[in-house]
Design a protein around this ligand. Structure first.
Ligand code: DC
Length: 460
């Protein structure tokens, strides 16, 4: 049968393609919950903690010190691990075909895993695989940083938590089933140490991701918590289907804007071999906040001509003083921003635009950052996203800083649009009830993590 051409998808179709993330401290019930949810919804399941445990197991077997960042990084990079569990199967963890499902639960591994997983090189290698595993969708991933760093664009994010006593009782019972006798007090102390390490490390600390529902499991049964997550996922899928079905366009693109953008894009393609890759499936009725890295003065035109919306963007106020340039950039929806200070007026204007269903392009690093590495995120993008509620589309651009060298395609200009980061309406209402700069900052960090993910796949 031919696939329907209708771009509208049903809630059920959305649900089957969803990425669901479950983060939380040890003993909060992540693994059991994730497994049952995956079974209920027919999704695959990835236990990312098992991946860090597998690296730790190999390190111990090969006598690699848990402080040796370089060798641990190499081990993680070379690791051949199989963690993906199909919906109906008991998950087995394999390294090079060897079944290590039980071995990685050994107390020696548990004691060493926090130190191993704190190394940036180890995390980078694991995060890359986790993103690959999530690529096709239809998967539940559980861990500590999945909704915040690994997959900021996940469709449903959950943060499971429980008071430490309850978590210790669960762990102790679990150990008893495996034939290990451990007093609840001792387990509680050990959990506390591990939580502190996981939450205080510099690289991707354990935190409740922005946009994650908090599910406290201290007093719920496992069935109740599974039911709660399943119903949250179902409503998210229904909401997505509803938004997709809306047909009134958010904003019409002016003909002259569209025509010149098409022309400029053509020039970029011919002269600089521009390539555009997009993971974005836009909803007609939706406006977006596009957030791009920034390496050159040519980014605003290079990025905006590739976007499926007419966008508004900020430009240095001094540019508006050059009369002809001022007129040109105003036509392309630029509005002035003062450099070097937090320009409240410009941010207010961007917010007003978003609130009146216009799309905006901003550069979350706050200015150009040269040298091939992304800079630090400012709080601006988080502020605009939370205050306006607009989904944020991460964008990665490269090559615009070498237009002279890349003339006639020696190096290409590339632009990649990622999947939108969305915050559920009830959480947005909660966030909007206060003015929390730390929250804006965490949102901005998440956007930068998403741009970093696009950067890493720009060559693949
Ligand atoms: O969930 P678990 O106990 O199997 O996790 C083992 C360790 O791995 C835990 O101490 C923290 C670390 N971990 C992590 O740093 N990031 C993840 N995404 C998952 C686990």
């Amino acid at each position: 049968m031919r696939r329907r051409l209708d771009p509208r998808r049903t809630a059920e179709e959305f649900l089957r393609s969803f990425i669901i993330t479950i983060d939380g401290p040890s003993g909060s019930g992540k693994t059991t919950t994730a497994r049952l949810i995956a079974q209920r919804l027919g999704l695959r399941h990835v236990d990312t903690g098992a991946m860090y445990r597998a690296v730790t197991l190999l390190a111990i077997e090969r006598g690699v010190d848990t402080g040796d960042a370089e060798r641990l990084g190499e081990l993680a990079e070379a690791l051949k691990i199989d963690v993906l569990a199909e919906p109906e199967r008991e998950p087995r963890i394999r390294i090079d075909e060897r079944d290590v499902t039980e071995a990685i639960r050994d107390p020696r591994i548990t004691a060493a895993v926090s130190a191993v997983s704190a190394h940036r090189a180890v995390r980078a290698a694991m995060v890359k695989r986790q993103r690959e595993l999530a690529d096709q969708g239809g998967v539940v991933l559980e861990g500590r940083d999945i909704g915040s760093v690994v997959l900021p664009w996940a469709d449903v994010k959950i943060y499971l938590d429980a008071v430490v006593r309850v978590r210790a009782e669960r762990r102790s019972a679990e150990l008893a089933r495996a034939g290990v006798n451990a007093a609840v007090d001792d387990v509680a102390r050990e959990l506390d140490v591990r939580d502190t390490l996981d939450a205080s490390r510099e690289a991707s600390p354990l935190q409740r991701p922005v946009g994650a529902y908090l599910v406290d499991t201290s007093e719920t049964t496992i069935e109740e918590q599974v039911e709660r997550v399943v119903s949250l996922a179902r409503s998210a899928a229904e909401e997505r289907a509803r938004t997709r079905a809306l047909v009134t366009p958010s904003q019409r693109i002016r003909a002259a804007y569209w025509a010149t953008c098409t022309f400029v894009q053509f020039i970029f393609r011919v002269l600089w071999g521009m390539r555009v890759k997009s993971y974005l499936r836009i909803d007609r009725a939706q406006h977006y906040l596009f957030a791009s890295n920034h390496i050159s003065y040519f980014d605003p035109p290079a990025v905006s001509v590739t976007l499926p919306r007419e966008v508004h963007f900020v430009a240095k106020d001094t540019l508006f003083k050059i009369w002809w340039l001022g007129r040109v950039i105003r036509f392309y929806n630029a509005f002035p921003i003062k450099r070097g200070v937090f320009d409240r007026e410009a941010m207010g204007h961007a917010l007003t635009l978003l609130q009146s269903n216009r799309s905006v392009l901003i550069f979350p690093e706050g200015g150009r950052v040269a040298g091939g590495k992304l800079g630090e995120a400012r709080s601006g993008v988080g502020y605009l996203a939370i205050r306006s509620g607009a989904p944020v589309v991460p964008v990665y651009v490269e090559g615009t800083d070498r237009l002279k060298d890349s003339f006639f395609r020696r190096t290409r200009v590339r632009v990649i649009h990622g999947k939108p980061i969305r915050i559920p309406a009830e959480l947005l209402a909660e966030y909007q009830s206060e003015d929390d700069r730390a929250l804006y900052r965490r949102y901005s960090d998440m956007v930068l993590a998403a741009i970093q993910a696009l950067k890493e796949r720009s060559r693949s």
